[in-house]
Design a protein around this ligand. Sequence first.
Ligand code: BGC
Length: 869
Amino acid sequence: MSCVPWPVDAELRRRIAALDLPSKVRLLTGETVWRLPAEPRLGLLPVTTSDGPQGVRGTGDDPAATGLLAPAPSALGATWDKALAERLGALFAGEARRKGVDVLLAPEVNLQRTPVAGRHFEYFSEDPLLTGVLAAAVVRGLQDRGVGACLKHFVANDSETDRTRYRSRLDERTLREVYLAPFEQVLAEAGPWSVMAAYSGVDDGVESAPMTEHIRLLREVLKGEWGFDGPVISDWAATNSTAASAVGGLDLVMPGPDGPWGEALVSAVRAGQVPQELIDDKVLRLLRLARNTGRLGEQGARADDMPAQPSGSRVPASAAPEEFALLREVAARGTVVLRDAPQLLPLAADGIGSVALIGPNAVAPYLQGGGSAFVPAVRTVSFEEGLRAALPPEVRLTVHRGGASRRRPPIVADTMLALPGEGDGFGTPGVRADHVGADGTILRSTVRASGDWTSYEDFCAATRRVVLHTVLTLSEPGVHRLEFGCTGRFTVTVDGEEVLSGNDDRGVDHILDSTHHHPPLRGIDVEVGPEPRRLSVRVDLGVIEVGGYGRFVTAQLRHAAPGPTPYEEIAEAAAAAQAADVAVVVVGTNEEFESEGWDRTGLDLSAPQDELVRKVLAANPRTIVVVNAGAPVLLPWAQEAPVLLWAWLPGQEAGHALADVLFGRTEPSGRLPWTLPARAEDVPVPHALPRDGIVAYDEGVHVGHRSWDRRGLDPAFPFGHGLGWTQWDYESVTFPESSVSAAALTCPAGGDGLQLTVEVTNTGPREGQEVVQVYLEPPQDGLERPVRLLAGFATVRAAAGARATAQVHVPARAFQIWDTARHAWHTPPGRYRLHAGRSSRDLRLTVEVSADGDRLTPAGGPATPRQFS
Ligand code: BGC
């Protein structure tokens, strides 16, 4: 049987009409955590979803499965390069096809409204335009290869604290001009096939509702005004109502198979609370998604009848060298040179005798953020491995931690754990788990090597408790610290003595706030003398039901051995730096700081990293400081660092990418996609803690760099900053001779507008890439408008001494505001200045245009050079 390649909507409606109500409603809740239901009568095959945005995690069917781990989205944001973003989207499409995934739950176009946001690393930028451009490119890369995007999280879900309950309160202009803007742009430019409704809610002054029920934003704006014709999918376990969400515009409840729809929705339709046509519309949207992703065939189609992937797309059977190369390129090109005062970069690898690689993140790089974005990587290249591979063998490379930066001790080493009852405790390594039924019977026992027992194991329905047993051997004399992290109902005993217990019944909330990965810890100190000590550890855990996610337990056993103090480690590292030709210090965040589920409480690097950097800088003037973090951290020593690089959460190829940057194989051409504060007190939105359940977006349209400009404050490094490895002169900016017609100013987001031509010359010693940025200053005529906003950008390349021409598209929308009274976009008349430059604070050229309602005309004569400090 052949599949029908493109059944039109009329045909789909005909098929839907033949189904009874319960059969239709059944399709509107997931079949499993990741898969949607199939329906042969419709020709519908199961559509499989999987998390992004750092790769394609897969469905977990094979617990050992790994995958490509890309740099986190804020690193891609730093490339400002939509061609690169599209190539990365294409790579994700290939990976998705390999893993049998039809829809990637990415990209995310929430904004980095506050630097402490837990998912900051998952977002591209603090700027709506940069976010929209890059996300649209990722969507194109995916969907051109038949893999659907799910644009998320709609909308104003920009922080984590209490994320399933808070409402974001923002006025209509702010919503339209800032937070809806990237969604609107991506829809207009790339047409994503699905959209995810956020956990949080929105109060825009007209309607206050959870996003799974928001009639105005889902039905009127997204589906009505913008014409989105795919399904709105709930964030996982976000739906808390039946009729309200069904009427509100949600189309699909995830995960399944249980949830608030099913039978309850059938009854609500029969009771007249939900119109039957709405159900048909939801099924139609689901079928369009299936059609787009190649999961819809003739009625009666079975999976075997369908081609595994759309014809024409060729995907390597397993991760291929060119895919590793692309991940490496994104990580290297996204790297931002914040400072290079002595122009030390790139280093000549053969002119160096020794390198000291220093820092907690040098020893344990943070490659990806925590939470649903997590991907078990197919391979990882540490900074040490990358540098070693790039350096000639005779160059000495030494590695020094310089003090622990984690608050939590590491998970206990597997080699310290042994199964109980095996002689003296040095028996088979591991932890035994007894799966216990309601009456205390042991149903089965399993063994795992690790002291990390965060698990969605297939606990059979009868399993009520899991009891872990292990014998822990502590050898080194001194005081050891043991910390236990468990969730739910549990008891931990050591040598028969209860050391802690818990009684927490929060169910699915354990998952939604990431407690299961990051349980509260409590611990004990254990003194060890000249002889090793063996401790018998028993952890009794109640199995927790977590809705559609299944059943799980969490138990972590962490251990800190006696060892040198941080100050001793810093002294050792500084001595090594002094003895080396070059010191490379890598500091940053880790999984305790950047993760879905919670927000950070501050911006400081965890101790003792500031102290470490200062000591190394004092020890060796040829020191390169590398920041391995996705979101801003304060760098109080920044102006003392001769070379300062921001290397993001760089994904699996971290080490190779850093080596490429240091030794001149790839230009670190990144530009900051957000503002790096110098002082905590300057941060425009220092936290997003809900008050009485409300997160108030009081800064209005002045998001990110706009707020810094408005308040006239100097950050450590401004939005758009990045030096690359060459220098650029800005020669001229030209605006089209004639005025731009009315059509240009009434077009949808992203379209039309005007084109600026910016001539730049590479005056430095190497070929390089420049991100030409254009900022628009609207007239300040009594309306609340940003002082300056990013209006367009383009990347160009030029050889040393050569010129390049950047064509920068400035969309009509950049000039417009949302007129709340007229419920329409509007261009306030007046003179607008457009600046072309290297960052939001390094503006080189200016051109003026005047808007008179429906026309833009050049104003003020020829373009004038202008330097902002
Ligand atoms: C996250 C989503 C993710 C979903 C499925 C949720 O907790 O907010 O971004 O796609 O889980 O893992």
